[in-house]
Write a protein that binds this ligand. Structure first.
Ligand SMILES: Nc1nc2c(ncn2[C@@H]2O[C@H](COP(=O)(O)OP(=O)(O)O)[C@@H](O)[C@H]2O)c(=O)[nH]1
Ligand SMILES: [Mg+2]
Length: 457
């Protein structure tokens, strides 16, 4: 009798254990994603595919991802990064955000990238920039690094589920009662803004909450936005801001701006290609030109003694500028005449042309400048083009222009503005940098680009 009841208890317990295991398995397999995503403290230890990293116990982490209007070019995107980086530096000092990380949006088939026979999708920032240098300014991570971190918590190959996505849009009336006040306001999302779009170009990204907002103000207003929608007890929070270009600079051109800007050094591979070209075709090197920079951007000091290589650089923006900005963009002939006048004035014989012009336009330009050397960077092989990509070729152009003795750029081109900044960082006298083409060589007093000189602490 006793033996039987013991057997019964044992069988019953075994049965219970099996049922429990089966149930927990069902919970495990069917709710694994949901539970892990919600980071439920009770279920997490036995439902999440990997152990919770120890670093998560040090306080909540917010990942701020962002993207820019798809039509925007490379150099405006660089400017949006500065707004976000300066904002992040501020945010890191706010309670609860000490461990915030900014995630860089990959570069994908930008409208101006016209080489269709090379692969240029989802390029990380490290392809163009020196990430360790950028990290020395603020907590910024490239997308591949983010994906690795995400998988470490949610399991290998896990789809990325963002907690919140905010799509920003301008208010219809920005100056209500004649004043511009910082504010944001929810509105009903138009059908085209549905949350199912591939975020950042990744089909496996989705969102728990998708909110459409009218937004006006500086990037600092994003702090209020994060606070407004914050939920209690989130160990990790994934937020994506779409159309981040709507958020403005807090103060454009102040010390914070320039610190973030100085940290954006170019990737070493690109610098090497540009340096080799400078040496071989322009006889220019940092030693000769007085353009050596300290190894770390933080060690730079105010200087304006850079001499530059013995050439003029002209950034001649064509393509869409010929339509959108035809009133301020010169013809090839007029640009040639303006370059010629400057070469004669400076007693120089060589001009380096950075341009998105066609081959015919370049041929014509050369014809107008027959007595001078007209040089342009073209990748030496298909392999080099495929390695650099269109974005890398543009950066090589920018580096070469940044080292010229004299620079002249295109009115209202952000490509030109980024070269101005680079030359300010290198330390050229202002008059060798802040020059702008006029529509015609006859009106030398045309409207010029704004001068934003560098400032240091
Ligand atoms: N390689 C090269 N590409 C250029 C040059 N100028 C413009 N582009 C291309 O055209 C794009 C222009 O867009 P963006 O960067 O927004 O500058 P913006 O439109 O001039 O303000 C660049 O990103 C390049 O892809 C140039 O001098 N050299
Ligand atoms: Mg543009």
């Amino acid at each position: 009798m006793q033996f039987h009841s013991l057997t019964f208890i044992f069988v019953a317990q075994l049965f219970d254990a099996l049922v429990l295991q089966a149930v927990s398995h069902i919970v495990h397999t069917t709710h694994i994603r949901k539970i892990c995503e919600k980071r439920d403290i009770f279920f997490e230890p036995f439902s999440c595919p990997r152990e919770r990293p120890a670093e998560m116990d040090e306080g909540p982490i917010t990942y701020v991802l962002y993207d820019v209007n798809p039509g925007e070019g490379f150099n405006l995107r660089r400017d949006v990064y500065i707004r976000m980086a300066v904002f992040l530096q501020f945010l890191r000092k706010q309670p609860g955000y000490e461990r915030v990380q900014l995630v860089l949006p990959p570069w994908s088939n930008l409208v101006h990238w016209r080489s269709h026979n090379i692969e240029q999708t989802q390029l990380p920032w490290s392809h163009f920039f020196d990430l360790p240098s950028m990290k020395a300014y603020t907590s910024v991570i490239d997308m591949p690094e983010f994906l690795t971190k995400y998988e470490a918590v949610h399991g290998q190959g896990a789809d990325v589920v963002l907690d919140e996505v905010y799509k920003l849009k301008h208010f219809d009336n920005m100056f209500e009662n004649g004043v511009f006040v910082d504010k944001f306001e929810e509105h009903v999302c138009p059908k085209s803004d549905s949350g199912t779009l591939p975020f950042l170009g990744y089909p496996n990204f989705s969102a728990n909450e998708f909110t459409c907002l009218y937004f006006q103000g500086s990037a600092m207003l994003l702090h209020k936005l994060l606070e407004t929608y914050k939920r209690k007890g989130m160990a990790i929070r994934y937020v994506l801001v779409l159309n981040a270009e709507i958020a403005l600079h807090d103060l454009w051109g102040n010390v914070d701006y320039w610190e973030a800007r100085r940290s954006m050094r170019f990737a070493q591979d690109l610098v090497e290609v540009a340096d080799r070209f400078r040496w071989e075709y322009l006889g220019s090197s940092d030693e000769q030109d007085g353009t050596i920079l300290p190894a770390h951007w933080r060690d730079a000091i105010v200087r304006r003694q850079a001499k530059g290589g013995d050439y003029v650089c002209a950034h001649l923006r064509r393509a869409d500028f010929l339509y959108g900005r035809d009133k301020t963009t010169p013809t090839i002939q007029s640009a040639a005449l303006q370059i010629r006048a400057k070469l004669l004035d400076l007693g120089l014989k060589t001009v380096f042309i950075a341009s998105d012009c066609s081959r015919t336009e370049f041929y014509n330009l050369k014809n107008y400048l027959k007595r001078f050397r007209v040089v342009r960077f073209v990748p030496e092989s298909y392999e080099q083009r495929a390695m650099l990509k269109d974005g890398g070729i543009a950066i090589v152009d920018q580096i070469i222009c940044s080292h010229a003795h004299y620079f002249i750029g295109t009115y209202e081109s952000t490509f030109t503005y980024r070269i101005y900044e680079e030359r300010e960082i290198i330390g050229f006298p202002k008059d060798l940098t802040f020059n702008t083409f006029c529509k015609s060589e006859k009106e030398m007093n045309c409207e010029k680009n704004t001068v934003w000189p560098i400032v240091y602490h």
